[in-house]
Write a protein that binds this ligand. Structure first.
Ligand SMILES: Cc1ncc(C[n+]2csc(CCOP(=O)(O)OP(=O)(O)O)c2C)c(N)n1
Ligand SMILES: [Mg+2]
Length: 329
């Protein structure tokens, strides 16, 4: 299947566009704050920001329903916010505090929410892919028509376990959507230098898994592509590969010197393809809100994020007795 064309927003209601604007801005402001807290020494260990990729998870969540599950790599804050996890709990986990989703023992890469069916947060590249297929197996076994959104990167797409998962998912017709978030880099390695073909959406073909590529900077295009993928899975036709072409603005993690790409390259994407600016433009074109209305939403979101940051700093460190709980021993 060929790449999909981008959507313009002309047939979409103002409420829907404003919802996407709000959701994407929430992720961006949260990530900016996380970056600041990291710089201030409030967050330790690893921290991988999602800035630039917001339309991917917001577009896909727009096609999800109650009971669907999701999991991803270490670049996971956006996925947690988009599925409705509490920004306070996520931020408190980043600062390693008791009120965090993993009681301060997991940090940025290791959070879970059984309630929201968010199954991590995985630091080992591609480790979440077989687990995502397993979650789809569980959904099917229980007779649900729910799907498993299994996100991984362009770098992870070259891992062997991805193809073992593809084989079993296709063999057993599991309702799993393999979402390749192609942000064009795996740490400092461009996909041009590491992938034998640039078309990740075709990677399931040998297993009979259909796929489609989509402009991951356009939230409406992502949602439309996700709806097709979801319909395929819910109809019992087995897995689907979605390649979402996106871009990360920040370094791989907070300790990335970014010598592998030029400032101009990043600047060009920010200026011409920013997912939040694109929705802002759609809102303006449809006259759904004024510039002042949008500023007010931004202010409201900044307040929520600031409250999450204050909460995360004020929350106590985990107590010593927590050392031996929730562990395999
Ligand atoms: C099995 C394994 N190998 C190597 C690493 C080190 N590593 C961490 S992230 C990463 C790059 C992955 O890139 P990609 O899948 O494109 O995801 P992105 O960071 O772009 O979201 C590598 C090699 C790891 N964590 N696990
Ligand atoms: Mg990548």
């Amino acid at each position: 299947m060929a790449a999909k064309k981008s959507a313009s927003g002309a047939n979409v209601s103002g409420d829907e566009l404003l919802h996407y604007y709000r959701e994407m801005l929430m992720i961006r402001r949260f990530e900016e704050k996380a970056g600041q807290l990291y710089g201030m020494g409030q967050i330790g260990g690893f921290c991988h920001l999602y800035i630039g990729q917001e339309a991917v998870v917001v577009g896909i969540e727009a096609a999800a329903k109650e009971g669907d599950s999701r999991l991803t790599s270490y670049r996971d804050h956006g996925h947690m916010l988009a599925c409705g996890m509490d920004p306070k709990g996520v931020m408190a986990e980043l600062t390693g505090r008791e009120d965090g989703y993993s009681k301060g023992k997991g940090g940025s890469m290791h959070m879970f929410s059984a309630e929201k069916k968010f199954y991590g947060g995985h630091g080992i590249v591609a480790a979440q892919v077989p687990i995502g297929a397993g979650l789809a197996f569980a959904n099917k076994y229980k007779g649900e028509d729910t799907v498993s959104f299994t996100y991984f990167g362009d770098g992870a797409a070259n891992q062997g376990q991805v193809y073992e998962s593809f084989n079993m998912a296709a063999l057993w017709k599991l309702p799993v959507i393999f979402v390749v978030e192609n942000n064009q880099y795996a740490m400092g390695t461009s996909q041009k230098r590491s992938a034998s073909t640039p078309d990740f959406y075709t990677r399931g073909e040998a297993f009979g898994i259909p796929g489609a590529a989509v402009d991951g900077m356009n939230v409406l295009a992502v949602k439309a592509a996700a709806e097709e993928a979801v319909a395929h899975c819910r109809a019992g036709k087995g897995p689907y590969v979605m390649e979402v072409k996106t871009y990360r603005y920040r370094g791989h993690s907070m300790s990335d010197p970014a010598k592998y790409r030029s400032r101009e390259e990043v600047q060009k994407v920010k200026e011409n393809q920013d997912p939040i600016d694109m929705v802002k433009e759609m809102i303006a074109q449809g006259k759904h809100a004024s510039a002042d209305d949008l500023k007010a939403i931004d202010k409201e979101i900044k307040k929520i994020v600031q409250e999450a940051a204050d909460f995360a700093i004020e929350s106590p460190e985990p107590s010593v007795d927590e050392l031996y709980t929730d562990i395999y021993a």
